[in-house]
Design a protein around this ligand. Sequence first.
Ligand code: E4P
Length: 225
Amino acid sequence: MKIFLDTANLESIKKFNDMGLVDGITTNPTLLSKEKGDPEEIMGEIVRTVKGPISLEVISTDFEGMMAEGRRLSKYGKNVVVKIPMTAEGLKAVSALKLEQIRTNVTLIFSANQALLAAKAGASYVSPFIGRLDDIGEIGMDIVRDIVTIFKNYDFDCEVLVASVRHPLHVIDAAKLGAHVVTLPPDVLAKMIAHPLTDIGLARFLDDWKKVSSSSSAPRLTVPR
Ligand code: E4P
């Protein structure tokens, strides 16, 4: 399963990218608004930092506007994927951008039917927002299950990108269902790395080693030649 980071924060992106964990990035206007600095420069820097697909979202809601923005955003780099909202105008733009070889990620997906239509229109990714469904008392992961099944049935050339992830259990569930990608807020990825037993185990190893290496009666280790 591919892991994308769901952030526009360059510090987090560089940190996890250096660990070899980042296959791509998703941004949105809200995430960009949280960062200091010019959003255009931030987007450019993200595209240069991570080699994988970088989703940059349009602000326009009409077809012509989305096309103009999509063309402009795609110039940031070959790895740009234009994020388009799941609307009738959006589907039209997805279809037209595909003819221009511009890849799209259809965002704000809240049903399997929406995902099916986005894939048919020619999206490269669909982004079901599972956390926001959980927030209103629906089981977000249920639509991921349906979308994965539908895409397999018809062999759609479109990846299921699980978005609005709130905690590590969402990642396990998405992986068990065979979703292609999860996009994670940096704090969720950090939680996946950590385990209290790892910390306790490491502290014990280091303490025990200190006892051995500081005792004068203990045999000294020599590096084999
Ligand atoms: C994904 O592309 C979206 O940017 C993101 O996952 C939305 O998450 P949220 O519901 O936490 O805002």
